[in-house]
Design a protein around this ligand. Structure first.
Ligand code: SF4
Ligand code: SF4
Length: 258
């Protein structure tokens, strides 16, 4: 089975974009620590994770909101990590795009603003030049949008994928909690998010920072406390699974012989 583990890097706290589908206010209220990840911290992270672990530049913010993002991507590539990038390109420069163009990205998804007004970014001439450059020089670059099809002026002739908005474990809007034992559709809770203060959280739903699984300041990747947490009960990506655990006798109803 292919390894589906990865570490998402949140390079900055406080995304420059203000998407209606994204609970940035919840994150800002919960977070304590430096707003920008330093290059030194990023190298410390690389020292704590296994060789070959996939690194995603995504997490809870636009990765290029951090001016060191280009250097972080190049450092991770130099160490041989497979790399995915999820970006709006807001904050990226043509020089950033050219510097990373030769990297064999696993994915390079560009989130463009949508025609429904769910996600609104600065989209001036400078932005359009960077967008055109990325689509030109990064072979796997592709467009995505959230909450509606892309703004037609930004995706002329391009294929795209549109995702629905989601509650992000009730961090965007309330949802009914699931009762019983829930299971994540992703295997083994090994798709985690690290913040600039090096705290690691269960996954990219956890904008409220409820499920802290450890810190890469003091622990290594394999020492993190991965398991289901209460936020999983409020997540679109979990299912209720009350099948008995291996070695557990089946439940016997009252008055019934086992
Ligand atoms: S959805 Fe992405 S780009 Fe939009 S505010 Fe959230 S982190 Fe930023
Ligand atoms: S069920 Fe949802 S909140 Fe829990 S680990 Fe999976 S994706 Fe994250």
């Amino acid at each position: 089975m292919p390894d589906s583990s990865w570490l998402e890097i949140t390079t900055a706290i406080g995304c420059p974009n203000t998407c209606a589908c994204c609970p940035q206010d919840v994150l800002l209220a919960a977070y304590r620590g430096p707003r920008l990840m330093t290059l030194e911290s990023f190298v410390m992270i690389l020292d704590k994770i296994p060789n070959g672990l996939r690194i995603d530049f995504s997490g809870f913010s636009e990765p290029f909101a951090n001016p060191s993002c280009r250097k972080m991507i190049l450092s991770a590539d130099k160490r041989g990590h497979p790399i995915a990038v999820y970006t709006t390109l807001v904050g990226a420069t043509p020089g950033d795009v050219d510097a990373i163009a030769g990297i064999p990205f696993v994915e390079f998804k560009i989130h463009v603003q949508d025609r429904n007004g769910v996600c609104r970014f600065a989209t001036g001439e400078d932005y359009r030049l960077v967008l055109a450059r990325a689509l030109d020089v990064i072979p796997c670059a592709g467009l995505i949008s959230v909450g509606g099809p892309p703004d037609p002026q930004l995706c002329i002739g391009q294929d795209y994928v549109t995702y629905p908005t989601q509650s992000r474990s009730a961090n965007v809007y309330p949802v009914q909690e699931k009762a019983g034992r829930v299971r994540c559709e992703r295997p083994a809770y090994r798709q985690n998010v690290v913040l600039p203060n090096l705290d690691v959280f269960l996954c990219c739903m956890d904008y409220g920072l409820e499920a802290r699984i450890g810190s890469l300041a003091t622990q290594r990747w394999d020492q993190l406390d991965r398991r289901g947490y209460d936020i999983c009960r409020r997540c679109e990506r979990s299912t209720v699974d009350n099948t008995p655990l291996p070695g557990t006798p089946p439940a016997v109803a009252k008055g019934q012989k086992p």
